[in-house]
Ligand binder design. Structure first.
Ligand code: UN1
Length: 505
């Protein structure tokens, strides 16, 4: 597999990344496919980060005056670049993040989709007109660009999550500064190169409108603490969010947090088990369990447990694990050794708690000693232990038997995270209860679909320790703008609200 560094260089070249950005730098970039070093990028130093943010702030002051539909044209051009380079960027996602081919391509498709959405949005940044209590007055809301948007993204969706934020923020009239995961800088530089091409085609874009900062925690902190960065959109662990949120709040910045998930599904007596099997398999094993929306807890009703779970065990045993670039592979590598260790620790804990583990072992250690491939693990648990309540970013599905729907629902909600959820049922009462006010407490709740793989059209994000932020579709754009309430008097008198009188002279 020593061909990866060569192929990476070829892909980066075709995507327009200057060779100097990915060679000779201080930071080695490894592919999780075989652990080989595929490039060396250069960390941005503190002065470089400050300069990029200052330039973005200047650029914002010009960009905010460009009409929104015109700003949409830039995103339309970016979408064209993404369409033209989908194969290359998708392949680079696979090499850098270890995603199977269709998921690497799917990630780029998600970027294209959000560009389309944002282009339409550029003509729909609507404000309300509101009835006023005063005669010959009009009240309305206007939405204005807010400033530099800082984006901190994670390795597992190295480019799509940035694009959700960047496409919206740019259309909303903001500038963007991106700190990608230190594990996936190449796809970031490649996406930035494509945006740079779109900017060149658009012409007349202020210098510094979009920037990438390469590096670790210190670079992220530079974004988090800079007063010019009006919105910080951060995707990653709950621990990261816990560090970011108070720092942004301390300077009265706005944070959009998309943090850990511990997503569950409830399988009810009337569930279509063929469909459930497919839904569970993709949601739990897809992306090697490394989506924030990955299915991690499965509550299965007593009456279907002994039919579904043996079939699931069989699916777990038959799934093709290995090089994500090879046709037919469904489960690629874990990101790194740390992910593998965390998985093994969680499995050991669940065994100690009485869990019955199927799978979970390392595979391909002989052919790819520098990589961490694992059999996805299905763990039948006697109950929802502390280990189950924690998010372990690996392909572990905890399965718990239930007999009472209300008890299952209570367990479903009894974790600190609140991102995504699903129910498999053909019973209207169960489905609607799950979606109701006393049902799933997550930001995403699905029926007869697993919790992962959301489309961009809906708002994406979750409650509790997931952070409360919403990104992507619906009206998530509002978080990237400031709202002004305007009251206009077109009469000749000055009636005061609430009937207050204040007559002078
Ligand atoms: C993430 O894992 O951070 O819903 C995002 C999904 C994808 C996005 C996941 N559209 O699974």
């Amino acid at each position: 597999m020593t061909v990866l560094p060569h192929e990476t260089a070829t892909l980066l070249h075709s995507l327009g990344v200057p060779a100097g950005q990915t060679t000779g730098g201080n930071r080695a970039v490894r592919s999780p496919i075989d652990g080989s070093i595929v490039a060396h990028v250069h960390d941005t130093d503190a002065a470089g980060a400050a300069a990029a943010i200052a330039a973005a702030d200047q650029a914002f002051r010009t960009w905010r005056n460009v009409p929104a539909p015109r700003r949409g044209e830039l995103i339309r051009l970016f979408g064209e670049e993404l369409r033209a380079h989908k194969a290359a960027l998708g392949r680079l996602v696979s090499i850098e993040a270890g995603k199977i081919t269709s998921e690497g391509l799917g990630e780029v498709q998600e970027m294209i989709d959000i560009c389309d959405f944002a282009v339409g949005l550029s003509r729909q940044l609507y404000g309300l007109t509101i009835a006023t209590e005063r005669s010959e007055h009009r009240m309305m809301e206007t939405w204005h660009p807010i400033g530099v948007t800082g984006i901190i993204s994670a390795f597992n969706f190295p480019v799509a999550v940035w694009s959700w934020n960047a496409a919206l923020a740019l259309v909303c009239g903001n500038s963007v500064v991106w700190k990608p995961s230190e594990k996936t800088p190449l796809t970031a530089l490649a996406s930035h190169a494509l945006l740079t091409r779109a900017i060149a085609r658009f012409g007349a874009v202020p210098e510094g409108l979009a920037a990438v900062l390469i590096g670790g925690r210190d670079v992220g902190e530079a974004l988090v603490d800079n007063h010019a960065v009006k919105v910080v959109s951060a995707t990653g662990s709950t621990a990261m969010g816990r560090a970011v949120a108070p720092r942004v709040a301390a300077r009265f910045g706005r944070a959009i947090l998309e943090l850990g998930g511990n997503n569950a599904a409830i399988v009810c007596p009337t569930a279509d088990l063929d469909l459930t099997l497919r839904g569970v398999a993709f949601a739990a094993m897809g992306t090697a369990g490394q989506r924030c929306t990955t299915l991690r807890r499965l509550f299965v009703h007593d009456s279907v447990y002994d039919t579904l779970v043996p079939r699931l065990r069989q699916a777990y045993g038959s799934v093709k694990i290995g090089n994500p670039l090879e046709t037919g592979t469904l489960v690629g590598p874990l990101m790194d050794r740390a992910a593998f260790d965390a998985m093994q620790a969680a499995l050991a804990e669940s065994r100690a708690d009485g869990g019955k583990v199927t799978g979970g072992a390392r595979v391909n250690a002989d052919t790819a000693p520098g990589a961490y491939y694992v059999q996805p693990a299905l763990v039948e648990m006697p109950g929802q232990t502390a280990t189950v309540e924690r998010e372990t970013f690996a392909p572990i599905l905890y399965v718990i038997r239930y007999s009472d729907f209300e008890a299952a629902l209570a367990l479903h909600n009894a974790v600190p995270q609140g991102l995504s959820s699903s129910i498999f049922t053909n019973d209207l009462r169960e489905a609607e209860t799950f979606l109701s006010a006393r049902g799933s407490d997550c930001g995403i709740a699905n029926v007869n679909i697993g919790p992962s793989g959301a489309e961009i059209g809906g708002a994406f994000g979750g409650e509790k320790q997931t952070g409360g932020g919403r990104e992507s579709g619906s009206d998530a754009w509002k978080a990237y703008m400031r709202r002004a309430t305007n009251t206009i008097n077109y009469g000749r008198t000055l009636p005061l609200a609430q009937g207050v009188t204040f007559d002078v002279g």
